[in-house]
Design a protein around this ligand. Sequence first.
Ligand SMILES: Nc1ncnc2c1ncn2[C@@H]1O[C@H](COP(=O)(O)OP(=O)(O)OP(=O)(O)O)[C@@H](O)[C@H]1O
Ligand SMILES: [Mg+2]
Length: 256
Amino acid sequence: MSVIVECLSKQYSKGISALDNISFRVKAGECLGIVGESGSGKSTLARVLLGLEPYNEGNLTFNGKPIAPKKRALLRQYRKSVQMIFQDSTSTLNPKLPIWKSILEPLDNFKEVTPSFLTAEGLSRKEMAEELLALVGLDKQMVDRYPGELSGGQKQRVSIARALSIEPSLLVCDEPTASLDVTVQVQILRLLKDLQKKTNMTIIFISHDIRAVTFLCEKVIVLRNGSIVDQFQLAELYHKDRHSYTKALIRAASIE
Ligand SMILES: Nc1ncnc2c1ncn2[C@@H]1O[C@H](COP(=O)(O)OP(=O)(O)OP(=O)(O)O)[C@@H](O)[C@H]1O
Ligand SMILES: [Mg+2]
């Protein structure tokens, strides 16, 4: 698995760059953090990476293949390998569907995928969903509940189970913990860390919170006004040569 982003730019309207000349690489099993304040272009980058939004210049390459929006067949192949978790799980989970149906939606879309955790033969569909719930630390009995009957943290775990159902090689998380209270945030971050170790998937974790990013990721990119202003390994977080903006983010996080 490799993602190569080269000189990627995106303008929603002429003259205003939501993303400006973005370049980075991610390899299998890596966890890349992208941090930046509101409006810095994080969600735009996430949507571009998923092929949900076109870009104006540059290249996006996944496993050596160029990913260009609007090429439907190619994008379908791509979506088999790449999943996304959003800040607001209520937008991911259909309130009218019981949890087990929501969890299996990606697998229903890609019937050709047989994930390795479903090796037991003859599992019913509900049992498959139960396996996935267990993977994210939820009680199997929750399969029959509806999203409205779950807490925010539980719903986010369900979204993670759903994203993992097709064993993506890349998981893009856009502020997955922003709407949760602090203790639940930590639980979800721990869960992502555990799952990453277990599956060796690659994670691109996007957040305005430098603490969450540095908890999970060994490589960090700092985004400001659509540009990368700093890029470093976790061990270099407190290095004196960090960009002044990164230092400001660290300072703000430590006095909050
Ligand atoms: N659909 C759109 N049409 C026009 N401009 C947009 C659109 N979506 C985002 N933008 C603009 O692009 C810039 C980046 O927005 P984006 O949502 O990517 O930021 P963000 O870093 O995710 O912010 P937040 O932390 O608040 O979620 C902003 O200036 C925003 O106003
Ligand atoms: Mg956003």
